[in-house]
Design a protein around this ligand. Structure first.
Ligand code: XMP
Length: 325
C-alpha cells in the first residue's frame, strides 16, 4: 500500500530531521530521478539546497538550455556550468567505453567539486540514486557490467555526507512522486538517459562534429516519437514517445556507400534504438510502426548531412544491453 503522498510526507519530515539547517548540494542531470530528488529536498529545506547542472557537451540537442529553464521555473536554486570544452579535450581519441565513462565521471566530479566549494559550509551531497542504479552497478557475481558514474565517487573526494532520498524507489514510483509534487508532465515522462550521455552512443572516438551529427539525428527521432499519436489500450490518445521506455540514436563507426542524385556517397550509418521496459533490468525492442520508421529514416537521411543509412536495432536485453556501449 505504498502511496506517493505518504512517501512525500514521511520523507520530507525525515529530511528536515536529518539535515536540520545544514547546506546541501545536488547534481542535476536533467533526468527524472535527480529532478524529483531536488524538488523533494527543496520542499524540505528550501534555500539550503543548491543544485548544480553540468553540461559535459554530450547532452541532447538544446537540452542544457531547455532543462535549465525548467529548473528555474520549478523555483530551484540552480547553477548551470558549461564545461563542454573540458570534456571534448579529455575525450579526444578515446574509444574504449569504460574509459569514456571514467573520464566523464572524473571530469564531472572535478567540475562539481569546484562549484560546490564556492558554497560555504556544505555538509551534504544529495543524489537522485534509485534502487536499480544500486543493483545494476554490480551484477550478482560482483562483476561491473557498466560503471554508472552517478553512484559513488563524489562523497569520498568532497568529504560530504550522502543523502539519497529515492534510493529505495523504482522508476515508476519516482514518477508518481514527481506528479504528486506537481512537477510538469514533460519532465516526469522524460526517457532515462545515461549519465555519460551521447559519449556512449558514439561508437569509437568522439569529436564535436560527431556529437552534432548525432544530436541532429537523435532530435529527429525523439521529436518524431513525440509527434506520432497513437491510442493506448484504453483508447486514450498518447504518443509513441510515451509508449517506449527509452529511445535514442547510435552513431556507428561505419561508413557505407550510398547514392544521392548522380553522386556516389560514402557516409555514416546510424542505428535507432527504442525499447520497452519497466525498470531497465530487462528490455524488449519496441515494435514501432513501419510507416513511422520509414518517415524517420527519410527525415534523418535528408536532413542530417553526413548520414546516408539508418538501421533499427532489434535486440532485447538480455543478452544485449540498452546502450551499445
Ligand atoms: P544498459 O545499457 O546497461 O542500461 O542496459 C540500463 C539503463 O542505464 C542507463 N545507463 C547509464 N546510466 N550512467 C548512467 O547514469 C551510465 O554510465 C549508464 N550506462 C547505461 C541506460 O541508458 C539505461 O537506461
Amino acid at each position: 500500500d505504498w502511496s506517493a503522498a505518504s512517501f512525500i510526507e514521511t520523507t520530507v519530515a525525515e529530511l528536515k530531521e536529518q539535515l536540520g539547517d545544514d547546506k546541501v548540494v545536488l547534481g542535476l542531470s536533467g533526468g527524472v530521478d535527480s529532478s524529483v530528488a531536488a524538488v523533494l529536498l527543496n520542499k524540505a529545506i528550501g534555500k539550503n539546497l543548491t543544485c548544480i547542472f553540468v553540461d559535459h557537451g554530450m547532452l541532447r540537442k538544446n537540452e542544457f538550455k531547455n532543462v535549465l529553464h525548467d529548473y528555474e521555473c520549478l523555483g530551484l536554486n540552480v547553477i548551470g556550468v558549461d564545461a563542454s570544452s573540458k570534456f571534448f579535450a579529455e575525450l579526444a581519441g578515446v574509444t574504449e567505453p569504460e574509459r569514456k565513462r571514467k573520464i566523464i565521471g572524473k571530469g564531472f566530479i572535478d567540475v562539481f567539486d569546484e562549484e560546490a566549494h564556492k558554497i560555504k559550509d556544505v555538509k551534504w551531497l544529495a543524489q537522485g540514486t534509485i534502487y536499480p542504479d544500486c543493483i545494476e552497478s554490480l551484477s550478482i557475481t560482483g562483476t561491473v557490467i557498466k560503471s554508472h558514474h552517478n553512484v559513488g565517487g563524489l562523497p569520498e573526494k568532497m568529504n560530504l555526507k550522502l543523502c539519497e532520498p529515492l534510493r529505495l524507489l523504482f522508476k515508476d514510483e519516482v514518477r508518481r512522486v514527481g506528479r504528486e509534487l506537481g512537477m510538469p508532465e514533460h519532465l516526469i515522462t522524460r526517457h532515462p538517459f545515461p549519465g555519460p550521455g551521447l559519449a556512449v552512443r558514439i561508437l569509437g572516438d568522439i569529436t564535436p562534429e560527431k556529437v552534432r551529427v548525432l544530436q541532429d539525428a537523435d532530435d529527429i527521432f525523439i521529436q518524431g516519437l513525440r509527434d506520432w499519436k497513437v491510442k493506448d489500450a484504453d483508447g486514450n490518445e498518447t504518443s509513441l514517445y510515451h509508449q517506449v521506455w527509452q529511445a535514442g540514436v547510435i552513431l556507428l563507426p561505419v561508413q557505407s556507400v550510398g547514392v544521392m542524385g548522380d553522386e556516389r556517397t560514402y557516409e555514416r550509418a546510424v542505428a535507432l534504438r527504442a525499447v520497452t521496459s519497466t525498470d531497465a533490468m530487462t528490455a524488449d525492442w519496441a515494435h514501432l510502426p513501419y510507416e513511422f520508421m520509414a518517415k524517420v529514416s527519410n527525415d534523418i537521411i535528408n536532413k542530417v548531412k553526413g548520414v546516408n543509412r539508418v538501421c533499427y536495432d532489434i535486440s532485447s536485453k538480455p543478452p544485449a544491453t540498452i546502450e551499445w556501449e
